[in-house]
Design a protein around this ligand. Structure first.
Ligand code: F6R
Length: 610
């Protein structure tokens, strides 16, 4: 959730660290800090509550602090309110150690009390300070020895960057259940919580595994296992362009990423369609396994969970197998019924969401096979899955997901077709119909995005509504969940999504004259049923913004206040088209309200705490 960057080399570290932090700010943004070691100056620490700009102004873009080895951090507070003193780096009482940390130290209270009994004075409310103080407590001149003792003493999830004033030619990196990558350069090396922070400097990276400790110097990187035995790491080349992580003329990353969806869809789907067939070379399933599969369990959080909701409707129809979608945070604690014949489909953009990762590990422990759908190459979920299929959306920077959601959906279509074909549960005609529509879909997505000015106009009519409801049935319901989440997370308007038929079982009491209801009616088999629900809310005075396919647009327009039309397509693929107007609506509503769209309050990209 927070961002970590570390640099060691010949150049001034400050500007490089701040540049890295600026690319990580989407991961956390309530405070930030730097610790830089300079010859003759010792360990200098500057921290500031607020956005990175405050720190940048304070340090003249990093140039005011001299030294060529250092750490930077941008924080999303867990323990202790956002404040200068709670910002990272946290420093030991003797000023020898500075630590940046992502994650949570679960037993920090007990360790803090232990150290306090030994006379250690704490200045912050953070769990991270415990680590800095514990390093001081264990340090007897052997840096790695002290690190190792600390790791044996703490429980929880963490990624650390550590600098010690006694060893200014070294940076130490450690991880467990929180991502940390190493960037390998010529005459310099970097550590970071995300590749976006290093690709301006190097494209050669390696991924630390749980329990590993890395020591970075100017000339090299040595990685050790949990027993401090040297180990070799494979270098991976990151081949996307730095521009992929920049705004490219758009006001917000979210706007850019919304507009990138047709291309992201093409990149994810087209290489996997060959001569009219879905070819998933990455997967290793056969008919016998799928025939014996008792259940498909989809595990995910947030928007990725909403992809799972849409996938359930499609996959059950295609495979005639039960599909259960569960929130990862619930899965672990619900005593799930999982056998070795259960396939779990784990969906995660970041591949690091701790709830999803923990649920996936639990599923594996219970014997299930794991197929994951992940965007970030080399992420923990991808590495720990039996099979992984990547979404090729490119880096997603805005906190609110758009293009990752769309490409996840796209992958579920491919998996559905691939499994149904193996199982023989889809007719050749149906298979061909879906594949032909998949090929047309990017152009149709572009056509929907062309309507953005009209959607902006609609947003201008409703941006100050206190509460907005989304209703739909079947796939439209699944998309409504995502539309509602998009709206509330970036515009802070209260919103709920309902299965339209369920509304009259309680929630309809909230509908009053002027309430806005967004009615999704693109799933044509249920168009008439949905329209009955529209009439119910209209007769209670609601304003209705309707969303349907071209062929039903005129019918819908007779009843609703405004209609958004998306091109007709195969019903299974409708979520891809429907979600775009909802993303745009959320974006323009938030814009009108002056919200900080890319960095909504209280949120952070990649939730690595439980
Ligand atoms: C909402 C959003 C979140 C994520 C959720 C899971 O816009 O982005 O709800 O979908 O935190 O994240 P991943 O997919 O990285 O596991």
């Amino acid at each position: 959730m927070c961002g970590i960057v570390g640099f060691i080399g010949a150049e001034e570290a400050g500007p490089i660290l701040l540049d890295g932090l600026s690319r990580l700010e989407y991961r956390g943004y309530d405070s930030a800090g730097l610790a830089i070691y300079g010859a003759g100056q010792g360990l200098q620490v500057v921290k500031a509550k607020g956005r990175l700009k405050v720190l940048s102004d304070l340090t003249q873009g990093g140039a005011a602090i001299h030294g060529s080895v250092g750490l930077g951090h941008t924080r999303w507070a867990t323990h202790g309110e956002p404040s200068d003193v709670n910002s990272h780096p946290q420093v030991s009482g003797d000023g020898r150690f500075a630590v940046v940390h992502n994650g949570i130290i679960e037993n920090y209270v007990e360790i803090k009390e232990f150290l306090e009994r030994k006379g250690v004075r704490f200045v912050s409310q953070t769990d991270t300070e415990v680590v800095a103080q514990l390093l001081e407590y264990y340090y007897t001149g052997d840096l790695l020895g002290a690190v190792s003792k600390v790791l044996h003493r703490i429980d929880g999830a963490y990624a650390f960057g550590i600098i010690c004033a006694d060893c200014p030619d070294k940076l130490v990196a450690v991880r467990k259940d929180s991502p940390l990558i190493l960037g390998h350069g010529e005459g310099f090396n970097l550590l970071a919580s995300d590749v976006t922070a290093v690709i301006k400097y190097t494209r050669e990276v390696s991924y630390l595994d749980d329990g590993e400790v890395a020591v970075l110097t100017t000339d090299g990187v040595q990685v050790y296992d949990a027993y401090l035995q040297p180990t070799e790491k494979e270098l991976c080349h990151v081949d996307w362009e730095i521009s992929a992580a920049e705004k490219g003329g758009y006001e917000h990353f979210m706007a850019k990423e919304i507009m990138e969806q047709p291309e992201a869809f093409r990149k994810t789907v087209f290489p996997r369609l060959k001569d009219g067939r879905v070819v998933l070379d990455d997967l290793h399933f056969d008919q016998a396994y799928l025939r014996g599969m008792d259940k498909l369990y989809v595990i995910a959080c947030g928007s990725s969970y909403h992809v799972g909701m849409a996938a359930k409707y499609n996959l059950e129809k295609l495979l005639r197998k039960p599909v259960e979608v569960t929130l990862a945070s619930e899965f672990r604690y619900c005593d799930p019924i999982v056998t070795e014949n259960t396939l779990t489909l784990v969906i995660s953009q970041s591949g690091e969401t701790i709830d999803t990762l923990a649920a996936m590990r639990e599923a594996r422990r219970l014997g299930a096979r794991v197929l994951s759908v992940v965007n970030v190459v080399g992420s923990t979920i991808a590495r720990e899955s039996d099979d992984v299929i990547y979404t090729w959306a490119g880096p997603e920077i805005a906190v609110a997901t758009t293009k990752a959601y769309s490409t996840q959906l796209a992958v579920t279509y491919l998996v559905g077709l691939y499994f149904a074909d193996l199982l023989g549960t889809i007719s050749p005609e149906e298979y061909e119909a879906v594949v032909s529509e998949l090929l047309l879909l990017p152009t149709k997505l572009e056509a929907v995005l062309e309507q953005r000015e009209r959607i902006q106009y609609m947003a201008s009519l409703y941006f100050n509504h206190p509460s907005i409801f989304f209703i739909g049935r079947n796939l439209d319901y699944a998309v409504g969940l995502e539309g509602s989440l998009k709206l509330k997370e970036i515009s802070y308007i209260h919103s709920e999504a309902y299965a339209a038929g369920e509304l009259k079982h309680g929630t309809i009491s909230l509908i009053e004259p002027g309430t806005l209801v967004v009615a999704l009616a693109s799933y044509t088999p249920l168009f008439e049923k949905l329209m009955s629900n529209v009439v119910e809310v209209k007769s209670r005075g609601a304003d209705v913004l309707g969303l349907t396919v071209e062929s039903r647009g005129d019918d819908m327009a007779k009843t609703v206040d405004h209609t958004i039309r998306v091109p007709d397509t195969h019903p299974m693929l409708l979520p891809s088209l429907d979600v775009l107007p909802l993303q745009l609506f959320a974006y323009y509503v938030a814009l009108q309200r002056g919200c900080d769209i890319d960095k909504p309050r209280n949120l952070a990209k990649s939730v690595t705490v439980e």
